[in-house]
Design a protein. Structure first.
Length: 270
């Protein structure tokens, strides 16, 4: 996957460990095989999230997600045949790659280009991890030959945050938008990460306009219940426990039919 997509700044690579173990275990495994700075690495205990997202928990699968959040493809990424046998890897097609990056473009393409030494920070910014990107670039802030580029980098992050808030304002005002609550949470995240900046304050003010509304309170209640069920799912290590979690998700979907997480749980009814 890295060979096919790793050099394209429009594509974010996510490695999700689903077979037990900790984040340090996942990083330890990957560090000897690849540059983990190019990946977002996470742990999904007992594959509870992955099973909810894809309907299965098989290893060596990939899920391709388009810029609009839609899942374009779920398929086998490879197969492991034992310690002495070879591994087979199946990559996504060039056609799928073109579909995935349609409408997407690098965020940090500046003229003139930024100094290559800032690449780790640039990669974080391309993944939308703006706070981590700023923390990373601060390591080079005192280097005299990099001050101009660091300043341009920080200005670009501020522009991206400002543009995001403008988009979020339009999206959260649209009552037909099924992802309004995700927009609300995104605004709260900007406020949390950048609260002292103009962008952080603007995001907080916009979110506060809706914090007492009935739809936000309903969505927050759904999120709390959903997280509780997901904790149970993470401990469900046998078929009977998984069936109980599935039933809980069905009831949850019926209780919160119009919410984001209610819709997320709805496929469980199948």
């Amino acid at each position: 996957m890295e060979k096919a997509y790793g050099d394209d700044p429009r594509v974010t690579l996510v490695a999700l460990k689903t077979d037990g173990g900790s984040l340090s275990d996942a990083l330890g495994y990957l560090d000897s095989r690849t540059d983990t700075e190019r990946w977002i690495v996470g742990v999904d205990e007992n594959a509870s999230y992955y099973r909810q997202a894809t309907g299965d928990d098989k290893l060596y699968y990939f899920m391709a997600v388009a810029p609009d959040g839609s899942v374009r493809k779920i398929d086998k990424a490879g197969m492991f045949y034992g310690k002495e046998a070879n591994k087979e890897f199946i990559l996504a097609s060039d056609k799928l790659k073109k579909e995935l990056v349609e409408g997407a473009k690098p965020l940090m393409t500046l003229d003139p280009p930024l100094d290559p030494v800032l690449q780790p920070a640039i990669q974080l910014a391309e993944q939308g991890l703006f706070l981590s990107a700023l923390n990373s670039v601060s390591k080079q802030a005192n280097a005299s030959h990099l001050k101009e580029d660091v300043g341009r980098f920080r200005l670009r992050i501020a522009e991206l945050l400002g543009s995001a808030i403008v988009r979020y304002e339009k999206a959260i005002e649209d009552e037909s938008n099924e992802n309004r609550f995700l927009v609300y949470l995104s605004l709260r995240k900007i406020e949390e990460d950048f609260g002292r900046s103009a962008q952080g304050q603007a995001a907080g003010q916009l979110a506060s306009k809706y914090s007492s509304s009935s739809w936000v309170r309903n969505e927050e209640a759904a999120l709390k219940d959903y997280q509780s069920i997901m904790k149970r799912a993470a401990r469900a290590d046998d078929e009977r426990s998984r069936e109980r979690v599935a039933k809980a998700l069905v009831k949850f979907a019926e209780k919160y039919p119009g919410t984001y997480y209610g819709r997320l749980a709805t496929p469980t009814k199948k």
